[in-house]
Design a protein around this ligand. Structure first.
Ligand code: IPD
Ligand code: CA
Length: 272
């Protein structure tokens, strides 16, 4: 499978171009970020999240007027084509605010009838890294030093795994995530909380992290990154035979998936 196959997908090419322009918009930070809060006092949104989402929605509407759009900052446009764009203008808003480099623009495309992810782009502006995938065609990263096909790590022992995770914004949710973390941490090599679900998933695809799990992420957080990770060889599921969703997402190398799932199920990690 070659990169040319992938970039000849017009949907992917469109998402790549919009993600790159959105990244440029976001790198031009105003001195006043216009910070507001959403679900809790720690769930922040900046003027730039809103500007970036408006830009992406405008571009998608111009080029794909019949497609539906769902976005983190409120976009919810119905469509008639059976295709839905699922966008997170900044995944890792707290990192963006604090100038930690792990934040990205995430744009996924799914088939509304089957629910299947068709294409995904995760762009990390600070590092100029563009992670891309189209269903069935593999996953790649295009970065200043060149282009690489992505492949998950060969990690086959949970005790050797570097595991990503994340925490929600509600204090009660965090308390239960801490309870689960107490069970996982002694059984893995170490834990990373990098602050962006979409970037975490791309790092699993790249073999930097060996796995990632989190309770409470939304469709826009993982729409693109989960496809990228799966196309790079990761196994992805929820708990108790469920599909990935708000309750739980677990994405790891094939060999460690069942063992991690068993720990998470034993401790009811999909419940608060
Ligand atoms: C958050 C990030 C974070 C994850 C949270 C998400 P946001 O998205 O992906 O890593 O732990 O669950 O809500 O708020 O930065 O777009
Ligand atoms: Ca997000």
């Amino acid at each position: 499978m070659s990169l040319a196959n992938l970039t000849s997908d017009p949907n992917l090419a469109l998402a790549m171009s919009i993600a790159k322009s959105t990244g440029e918009l976001l790198l031009d930070r105003p001195s006043d970020l216009g910070i507001q809060t959403k679900s809790t006092a720690t769930d922040v949104v900046t003027l730039m999240d809103q500007r970036a989402e408006a830009f992406i929605v405008g571009e998608l509407t111009k080029h794909r007027p019949e497609d539906a759009i769902l976005g983190e900052e409120g976009a919810n446009k119905p469509g008639s084509s059976g295709m839905q764009w699922v966008i997170d203008p900044i995944d890792g808003t707290v990192n963006y605010l604090h100038k930690v480099p792990h934040w990205c623009v995430s744009i996924g495309l799914k088939d509304e009838n089957s629910g299947q992810a068709l294409a995904g782009v995760v762009y990390v502006p600070i590092l100029d890294q563009m992670y891309i995938s189209s269903r069935g065609l593999g996953a790649w990263v295009i970065e200043p030093s060149g282009t690489r096909k992505l492949q998950v790590s060969e990690c086959n022992e949970l005790s050797q795994a570097l595991m990503g995770t994340g925490f929600g914004y509600a204090s009660s949710r965090r308390a239960s995530q801490a309870r689960v973390l107490q069970q996982v941490l002694p059984k893995v090599a170490d834990i990373r909380r990098l602050g962006s679900c979409a970037v975490d998933l791309c790092l699993v695809a790249e073999g930097v992290l060996d796995g990632y799990y989190e309770r409470g992420v939304n469709a826009w957080d993982h729409a693109a990154g989960e496809l990228i990770a799966r196309e790079a060889g990761a196994v992805s599921s929820g708990l108790f035979g469920n599909q990935i969703g708000e309750d739980m997402i677990v994405v790891t190398t094939p060999a460690i998936h069942a063992e991690l799932i068993a720990i998470l199920e034993t401790h009811n990690a999909d419940k608060d």
